[in-house]
Design a protein around this ligand. Structure first.
Ligand SMILES: CC(C)(COP(=O)(O)OP(=O)(O)OC[C@H]1O[C@@H](n2cnc3c(N)ncnc32)[C@H](O)[C@@H]1OP(=O)(O)O)[C@@H](O)C(=O)NCCC(=O)NCCS
Length: 365
């Protein structure tokens, strides 16, 4: 039988930070309120596109795996914020990597996109139709923040994470994955005007997240709980067999509630939401990279993962980690940093959403 081991991993967290105190200069909020409701302290905002971020994370994953881009058969980009719909952004990443023979497609199931992508690529490797793939999650979601909505603008951040998966005969990689979609919860998280309906012919488009926080909270716990039960049963495991849990990072309280619901010790849960906020499709691979850097992932570990996102898409997976926990090499590729503050970076966005932030710009000081 074929398996699809994770052999490389990489991330890109853009260097410009929006802290909670920065946020409080734009909307009526505070570090104390945000942290107590969500576990978030800061988020990274990007000056480059989803494709650029995804490319660098993928370069780093390739170096960690120690393989050449030309050997990759497939690039999947999981994202809700591709810079273009046509052509897809995965083909940009593929070309910039030099993955000449690879197929490339974008996959959008919102925050669950990377986990859906890992399922798809793993199943293709198990079926024998491909041998090596890169699964990227990348989001530049800061551009979709409506600064008139203090109830949602603090929740999200930008970033990218990627893994290389390779065919092996040894039991490793995503052993069982579950992709699901909670019925009748489609409207509780919605970005109207983010697409072709209505067809946009002007620049006066306001993308504004419609959001029922408590409804999402409940559906997320239900959806992830059911998906977790399914994958545990499929592998004949209980939570006592799980060494580490890497959940989607949307809200620390969602993670804590879920851990309690499934009776899993919170000390074995990877939580990086304080640093990155919710980076949507990038959240799990970013958390995975940080867990590896921190030595939390050890050879042979059994890892649980679970995610949810708009739709309300859900998923879970049991990952058997292989032997590799150190990168073979590090990529020397980089993206030049943004010169300026986060307020300079977001100047156009603040203007677009009618927020007066001119006094915060360095050029006006
Ligand atoms: C958004 C979320 C953090 C809000 O937490 P909550 O405990 O449900 O808070 P509520 O919505 O009940 O708001 C409570 C109060 O805080 C206020 N408030 C909202 N945003 C605020 C902010 N940024 N700063 C200060 N106060 C705020 C509200 O106006 C409300 O005031 P009121 O009681 O006077 O009416 C939480 O519902 C959540 O995380 N949901 C899931 C969201 C998510 O993960 N989405 C992404 C899915 S991938």
């Amino acid at each position: 039988m074929n398996y699809a081991e994770i052999t490389g991993w990489g991330k890109y967290a853009p260097p410009t930070l929006m802290t909670n105190d920065d946020m409080a200069k734009i909307v009526d909020t505070s570090d104390e309120w945000i942290f107590s409701r969500s576990g978030i302290r800061q988020r990274h905002y990007s000056h480059v596109s989803t494709g650029e971020m995804g490319w660098l994370a993928a370069e780093r994953a390739l170096a960690a795996a120690g393989i050449d881009a030309k050997d990759i058969d497939l690039v999947i980009l999981g994202s809700t914020t591709p810079e273009e719909i046509c052509p897809n952004t995965a083909s940009f990443i593929k070309n910039k990597l030099g993955a000449k023979k690879a197929a490339a497609f974008d996959l959008n199931s919102a925050c669950t996109s990377w986990l859906y992508g890992l399922n798809v690529a793993t199943d293709m490797i198990k079926a024998g139709s491909i041998h090596k793939a890169i699964v990227v999650g990348s989001e530049r979601i800061s551009l979709a923040m409506d600064w008139q909505k203090r109830e949602s603008c603090f929740l999200f951040g930008d970033g990218a994470g990627a893994v290389v998966i390779e065919a092996t005969r040894t039991s490793a990689g995503l052993l069982t994955g579950k992709m699901s979609c909670v019925p009748d919860s489609r409207e509780c998280l919605h970005l109207p005007s983010w697409g072709m309906s209505p067809l946009h012919l002007t620049d006066d488009v306001f993308v504004s997240l419609n959001f029922e926080g408590q409804e999402i909270f409940k559906s997320a716990i239900t959806g992830m709980g059911e998906a977790i039960a399914d994958v545990l049963e499929a592998e004949g495991l209980t939570v006592d067999d799980i060494d580490l849990f890497i959940p989607h990072q949307a809200n620390a309280r969602i993670i804590q509630t879920l851990a309690k619901r499934i009776n899993f010790p919170i000390e074995k849960v990877v939580m990086v939401i304080d640093k990155y906020a919710n980076t949507s499709a990038a959240a799990i691979p970013l958390a995975m990279c940080d867990a590896l850097d921190a030595g939390m992932i050890q050879p042979g570990m059994t890892i649980l993962t679970a995610s949810f996102g708009a739709g309300l898409t859900c998923g879970a997976g049991i990952i058997k980690w292989g032997q590799k926990v150190k990168p073979v090499a590090e990529s020397d590729k980089e993206i030049a940093p943004f010169i300026g503050t986060v307020f300079d970076l977001m100047e156009d966005s603040f203007k677009h959403y009618g927020v007066d932030a001119a006094h915060l710009l360095t050029k006006n000081m």
